[in-house]
Design a protein around this ligand. Sequence first.
Ligand code: DGL
Length: 272
Amino acid sequence: MSSNLRPIGVFDSGVGGITAVKEIHDLMPGEDIIYFGDVGRVPYGNKSSDIILKYASQDISFLKSLGVKMIIAACGTVSSIINIQSLNKDLPFIGVINSACIAAINSTKNKKIGVIGTETTIKSNSYSKCIKSINKEAQVYQKACQVFVSLIENDISSLPYDIVYGIVKENLSYFNEFNIDVLILGCTHYPIIEPIISEVMGPEVKLINSGKEAVKYAESVLKNQNLKSSGTFGGKCSFFVSAGAKTFFETASRFLGYNVVGNAREVNIGLY
Ligand code: DGL
């Protein structure tokens, strides 16, 4: 198959990376996608670096076995601990940290930037280091919100709005005293609850969707390497998961606006 007709590979620990899939559909509607969600081993964000590296390398081997032309680690946790440069050898490999930090620096007026992510992401300081390498005057305030991942993986829509709003508000109250004007959603799960985060933070705080920024960057890489599909519509996404998960299919279908169930298969990721 000609290089630019091959699909883009996208992976995450679970349903979070579908926020990047949505952006690919919107920005590059002619691109086919293969999505792998490691639902059987979610969450990644409270696991050790060694385990996350092992899981990520299996996820990557699986996507490569299907002949993808690019891989997007649509996962803040994996992007925080993996050496992206070292993976950029046989095909372009994109993480979510750099492009989100650039967007945050371009958006902030007061140089006070908040970051939310998983426990591992926040402990790694990946976003903070990257922001300061772009602008050392920026002040970065970080808060791990691992609980948001569990809420989203366990079908947030089944919980009363007030309960979810209360949990989000309590976690984000950390930022009250810092006067941030930008908040990076440093975990790809979080755009699924973006309306609630936005309501809690208020209109003066701009939210940066890390998956969306990564997809914009991915488009520029595909163009530069002559890998972009010439198609302008009709791109399809095939879904693979490491365990059957009703919630994954429901959340993904709701977020993407089409039914993913008939288009999903289970894979034994331990074999990769
Ligand atoms: N969506 C992922 C991230 O961006 C992983 C969340 C998790 O599995 O804890 O960090």
